[in-house]
Design a protein around this ligand. Structure first.
Ligand code: GLP
Length: 262
């Protein structure tokens, strides 16, 4: 795992968007894992701009989202399918048939989960997985105690997640209590992972996930087991990190980051 600290939330999102842009540009038929949440909106704005202004081509890109609420149809404004269409897919030249999310209306949860896993496999696995982090430490909707080897399945959401996400629902109580999510094992199979977290509200959970022990109590800590994970944070989210100086040194000195400066 490596940690990159950028001065502002916008600069952190910009670096994330640049990594995705370079990967899409060098590998047209990329399999891209996508995340939702407020943090990602800036990243998707930047990718949409790259498409509009610099013709970044998504025509062969295939995407898999991490999760979807159970019981919400695609046209529901709070479904993640709606979020993705609105924030990204409708703004770039992606073929909607190549964009995948679990079907929130599926009645057989096991069958839907197995189907999703199989589809990822049939597409050759995920090349680059984008992640946010919930205040419960979840990645996707892998709430505390999710098995570190879990695969796509349905999960009950914690009160913390309910509190964090129900602000988007009218009324808040209409938020579903369950969701489909890729498992931690599914996420760890991705060839590269980029997690983006910004703002002071994420500082505590980021320090636990990055510098604390690997524990199923904090799903994101499982990323410490992955060979190529980059955690990108802004100054505010990096507040509680102990090894900040080392992380700064890495960004300043590692040749890999040269092309992302200036
Ligand atoms: C939801 C998603 C997560 C995402 C989280 C962060 O809970 N299931 O994948 O990481 O939101 O949201 P935000 O970026 O709004 O803090």
């Amino acid at each position: 795992m490596e940690v990159i600290i950028r001065p502002t939330a916008d600069a952190a999102a910009e670096l994330t968007a640049q990594i995705i842009k370079k990967t899409v540009a060098t590998r047209p038929n990329l399999v891209l894992g996508l995340a939702t949440g407020g943090t990602m909106e800036t990243v998707y704005d930047k990718l949409a701009r790259e498409h509009k202004e610099n013709n970044l081509d998504f025509s062969l890109t295939r995407t898999f989202n991490l999760d979807e609420y159970i019981g919400l149809p695609p046209e529901d404004k709070n479904s993640y399918r709606y979020y993705m269409n609105k924030n990204l897919f409708s703004r770039i030249n992606i073929d909607l048939r190549n964009t995948h999310l679990p079907n929130g209306m599926a009645e057989n949860y096991t069958a839907e989960s197995e189907k999703y896993e199989q589809l990822i496999k049939d597409n050759g696995g995920i090349d680059l997985q984008l992640l946010g982090i919930g205040r419960s430490g979840h990645i996707g909707f892998n709430e505390p105690l999710s098995a570190l080897q879990s695969r796509t399945r349905e999960k009950a959401l914690t009160p913390v997640t309910y509190e964090q996400n129900s602000i988007y629902f009218v009324p808040p109580e209409s938020m579903p209590k369950r969701a489909f999510t890729m498992g931690i094992g599914t996420i760890l199979d991705a060839r590269r992972i980029v997690l983006l977290a910004t703002g002071e509200a994420k500082a505590e959970i980021i320090s636990k996930a990055v510098e604390g022990p690997v524990t199923s109590m904090i799903s994101a800590s499982a990323l410490q087991l992955h060979p190529k994970t980059t955690v990108i944070v802004d100054e505010a989210a990096s507040k509680n990190l102990k090894e900040k100086e080392y992380y700064r040194w890495l960004f300043d000195n590692e040749p890999e980051w040269e092309e992302y400066k200036g």
